[in-house]
Design a protein around this ligand. Structure first.
Ligand code: SAH
Ligand code: SF4
Ligand code: F3S
Length: 439
């Protein structure tokens, strides 16, 4: 009988794509995806360590697998990703959950197939976490699960060491993929009929810096991908404000294929806090970049990440953040309460903020952002937008997709439109997503 696998993914898009590689490795070995976790022969957790609650979630869900293992002794349970890559975590996990069969980190994800073989042939637990990153592996198969969108890595790792962030410790130093490898992958994706490419990197703007070649930069890469023949959209994330260049703004205007959308995490509106975070830009620098983006690309959609409760954040600093949000009028914002991460610089800072204070601040921030998003949404009423249909929502019994500006839109159709660009006239606004009719 065919063996099956079930993958649970935590964290960012990078991890979602990493899971597509794990699925690719398993598919190549003849495994197929299982609809539900209970009946799978292999259960794989691809974890995240960005905030404490991401880890608690994973720990809780791994613990709950004990029952399944009891009922099925042949079940293989594997845990990998950013959480297990942290110093000492694999040992804790191994001790706490003796029923976990394979533990690996981020640096040896491409070797998952070998670890699985080892487990099956030796019948012994395999724990392999490498201390350092290896060279980029180009031949890991991918089983893509997000048609019509395809994720494409352009860089791995991060050199920025923002003082709150665990990513540089668990993903290693920044490495860029060769431009030819990226272009080849993008060409293949378009040939296969994918309609959207999203380029991934912790900081896409620093793509190519490790090659020290002025002909290998992110804006040049973006233009070259846009030159690929075919009907597709091009997105990229994430951008670090300190590295957002005029060349990138100009490159965004180069082709209609490049979405006029940018995710530009600000983190805080207070220069004092930004400095403590080691973000290497000031409130004024950030506002200037936003101004320039809006001037050069008048209809641009900008989203951001904001954190509250970073050490030493006073009410005044927080008001600076609220104020910046009012000025920028972001199309969307992911908001977080600062979470202490072991081994980071901020962990050891004095001035940690009480939970009640952070909770109050995040609520005020969410209320403000919701109000702004609602106002922006109202401007969509009766407009016709081009939507790439992505999925069918079985609860709402409607198709859904996003416009160029990354705004979600629902609509009805008798015909399956997944993977097609359609025009939708917006009839209902005000919520997180829009509702409209095909025109
Ligand atoms: N490389 C991306 C961010 C990846 S993490 C960038 O630099 O923009 C995604 C978001 O998680 C960050 O933008 C930040 O807002 C949030 N984040 C990171 N570390 C965090 C922590 N310790 N506590 C709370 N939020 C955090
Ligand atoms: Fe973390 Fe900063 Fe790197 Fe983003 S740029 S991954 S926030 S260290
Ligand atoms: Fe992503 Fe979480 Fe790792 S946000 S890079 S999966 S720590």
């Amino acid at each position: 009988m065919v063996k099956t696998y079930y993958i649970t993914t935590y964290g960012c898009q990078m991890n979602v794509h990493e899971s597509e590689k794990l699925a690719g490795i398993l598919s190549k070995k003849g495994y197929i995806a299982s609809e539900n976790i209970e009946t799978a022969d292999i259960i794989l957790f691809n974890t995240c360590a960005i905030r404490e609650n991401a880890e608690n979630h994973a720990f809780g869900n791994i613990g709950a697998l004990k029952k399944l293992k009891k009922n099925n002794k042949d079940l293989i349970i594997a845990v990998g990703g950013c959480m297990t890559q942290q110093t000492g975590v694999a040992e804790i996990l191994a001790k706490k959950f003796p029923f976990v069969d394979i533990i690996f980190g981020t640096h040896n994800l491409d070797d998952f197939g070998k670890m699985l073989d080892k487990k099956i042939s030796s019948k012994k637990r395999v724990v392999e976490v490498l201390e350092n990153e290896k060279q980029i592996c180009e031949d890991t198969p991918k089983f893509r699960t997000s048609y019509p969108n395809a994720w494409v890595n352009i860089t791995y790792g991060c050199n920025n060491f923002c003082t709150y962030c665990i990513v540089p410790y668990v993903r290693g130093r920044e490495r860029s993929r060769k431009m030819d490898d990226i272009l080849e992958e993008c060409r293949r994706i378009v040939e296969l009929g994918y309609k959207e490419i999203t380029l991934l990197g912790q900081n896409v703007n620093s793509y190519g810096l490790d090659f020290n070649d002025e002909n290998i930069t992110f804006p040049i890469l973006l233009k070259k991908i846009a030159d690929i023949k075919g009907d597709f959209r091009l997105r990229f994330m994430t951008n670090h404000p300190k590295d957002l260049s005029d060349e990138l703004i100009e490159a965004m205007l180069y082709s209609d294929k490049i979405c006029k959308y940018i995710h530009l995490p600000v983190q805080s509106g207070s220069t004092k806090i930004l400095e403590l975070m080691n973000r290497r830009y000031t409130r004024e620098n950030y506002l200037e970049k936003i101004k320039k983006l809006k001037e050069k690309i008048p209809n641009i959609s900008i989203t951001t990440d904001i954190m509250v409760g970073f050490p030493f954040e006073t009410e005044e600093d927080f008001l600076d953040t609220l104020n910046l949000v009012k000025t920028c009028r972001f199309n969307g914002a992911f908001t977080f309460v600062y979470s202490k991460r072991k081994g980071t610089i901020a962990e050891k800072m004095d001035g940690q903020i009480e939970e009640a204070v952070s909770k109050d601040r995040i609520q005020r921030l969410i209320d403000l952002q919701n109000q702004i998003a609602k106002e922006i949404s109202l401007e969509y009423k009766d407009k016709i937008v081009e939507v790439l249909c992505e999925d069918f929502d079985t609860k709402k019994e409607m198709y859904l997709g996003r416009d160029e500006f990354n705004r979600m839109c629902y609509f009805s159709s008798d015909e399956n439109l997944i993977g097609k660009f359609v025009n939708v006239k917006i009839t209902k606004t005000g919520g997180i997503s829009l509702v409209g009719e095909l025109v």
